[in-house]
Design a protein around this ligand. Structure first.
Ligand SMILES: Cc1cc2nc3c(=O)[nH]c(=O)nc-3n(C[C@H](O)[C@H](O)[C@H](O)COP(=O)(O)OP(=O)(O)OC[C@H]3O[C@@H](n4cnc5c(N)ncnc54)[C@H](O)[C@@H]3O)c2cc1C
Length: 392
């Protein structure tokens, strides 16, 4: 039997299992920190409380075919020379013939003073729930504290995740004002961005629409405002201090720290892999999703790290692993984007679709599109067990 081990049950890991299941003489093992999969693309909705964790998670064991070994454990180290994986709290390392590393992303704080201590990162379901608790506790506590800082919220960063989170926030704030009897005129939502532009991947007209929509609903975005320090009560940028008791950190992501801990050559915990998605000199080690940096032959740059691309990489890895087992040559990964959709709360959004983003959309129809894409992913991944049982 050939032992194939998949690390991480995010978009990339689950898709890899789905694509590889059913291969003759191959045994699959999946390792994940939690017993559940979560829709990372919807974490911001749980953080703001417009969605519940149950709606973005599902039980992995139930979704997997019985002949896939699933272990709930935390990976601490990968040794590609010894072909072993070290798991926390387990004395015996796990061995493999082929390895697919798909350990995903962590919040990036860029070493900014106080960020780790005082800002709330958005990384997984637990941190999303922590943001919601903190936000609601501060707002609810205002009646007692009369501290206006309890009514101020700062979102750090104005990339894709920040803007989606701001959209949910401005949507939920009116109901929180009502629920906690808050003075609406004292609520402040501030977004701080170091770069001169918000959402650099989008056309300027769509960006303007998004910024105006957020401004109309009470969120002020400050661009060219690099964060120097985070304190328990605010954020410092140059000579200016922005005061708030809720500071949400969505400035960007890096790959899992296990990558650096394992001694891989990496940048921000991402390994620059060969075009076949394998580690240099180790064709038996595939690295995909947010822990990888994959060259785009068309532009010469690395592809962005997204859920869409992670899934496409997993499908490609299955082809290349099969090619190796059959004694055939592996092929390089290429990807054509289906487009980008950014929601501004549950009912509005902006999108660039089609060839090179030629179709530009904004407004209510876009949120429906986003919901359809997300629902389709959940359905596909959670239905993986049934689908595979049916096929085999
Ligand atoms: C709010 C938000 C919105 C987004 N929206 C979009 C979007 O609209 N479209 C899009 O394409 N992308 C979007 N993204 C990006 C997308 O979510 C990521 O690119 C994608 O999740 C990466 O998939 P992955 O499988 O590599 O990793 P993840 O989805 O991060 O999965 C990694 C898995 O590994 C597990 N794991 C991590 N460390 C360990 C360990 N040490 N041991 C064991 N298990 C471990 C985790 O628990 C998780 O299950 C969004 C991201 C965020 C945060």
């Amino acid at each position: 039997m050939t032992e194939v081990v998949v690390l991480g049950a995010g978009y990339a890991g689950l898709r890899a299992i789905r694509e590889l299941h059913g291969m003759p003489n191959v045994h699959l093992t999946l390792i994940n920190r939690d017993p559940y999969h979560y829709e990372a693309t919807a974490l911001h909705t749980v953080a703001i409380g417009t969605n519940e964790p149950d709606h973005i998670t599902f039980d992995i064991k139930q979704a997997l075919p019985e002949d896939v070994t699933f272990t709930v454990a935390t990976v601490t180290k990968i040794d590609v020379e010894a072909k072993t994986i070290t798991l926390a709290d387990q004395s015996q390392p796990l061995t493999y013939d082929y390895l697919i590393t798909a350990l995903g992303f962590e919040s990036e704080d860029f070493g900014i003073k106080g960020a780790d201590e005082y800002a709330l990162p958005l990384e997984n379901v637990k941190t999303a729930e922590a943001i919601r608790r903190h936000l609601e506790d501060r707002l609810a506590g205002y009646q007692e504290t009369q501290d206006e800082n309890d009514l101020h919220i700062i979102v750090c960063g104005a990339g894709f995740t920040s803007v989606e989170l701001l959209g949910e926030l401005v949507h939920r704030i009116p109901s929180l004002i009502e629920e906690y009897h808050l003075p609406a005129e004292l609520i402040q939502i501030t977004c701080l961005e170091a770069a001169p532009k918000v959402l650099p991947m989008f056309d300027q007209k769509l960006v303007d629409y998004a910024v105006q929509y957020l401004a109309d609903h009470g969120a002020v975005i400050h661009t060219s405002t690099p964060i120097d320090e985070v304190t328990p009560t605010g954020v410092k940028s140059g000579d200016t201090t922005f005061n708030a008791n809720t500071i949400i950190w969505t400035t960007g992501v890096r790959g899992s720290h296990v990558i650096a801990d394992s001694g891989f050559q990496q940048k921000r915990n991402r390994v620059a892999v060969d075009p076949t998605l394998t580690l240099k000199d180790h064709p038996e080690v595939f690295i995909i999703g947010d822990v990888s940096a994959v060259p785009d032959p068309a532009s010469g740059r690395f592809y962005p790290t997204t859920g869409q691309i992670s899934i496409a990489q997993a499908t490609h890895v299955a082809k290349n692993l099969r090619a190796q087992l059959d004694g055939n040559a592996m092929t390089p990964f290429t990807y054509k984007s289906l487009g980008t959709v950014c929601s501004l709360g549950p009912s509005v959004g902006i999108a660039e679709l089609g060839d090179r983003g030629s179709m530009k959309l904004r407004g209510r129809k876009v949120s429906l599109l986003k919901k359809m894409v997300n629902d389709r992913t959940i359905m596909e991944e959670s239905g993986v067990g049934n689908m595979l049982r049916h096929l085999s």
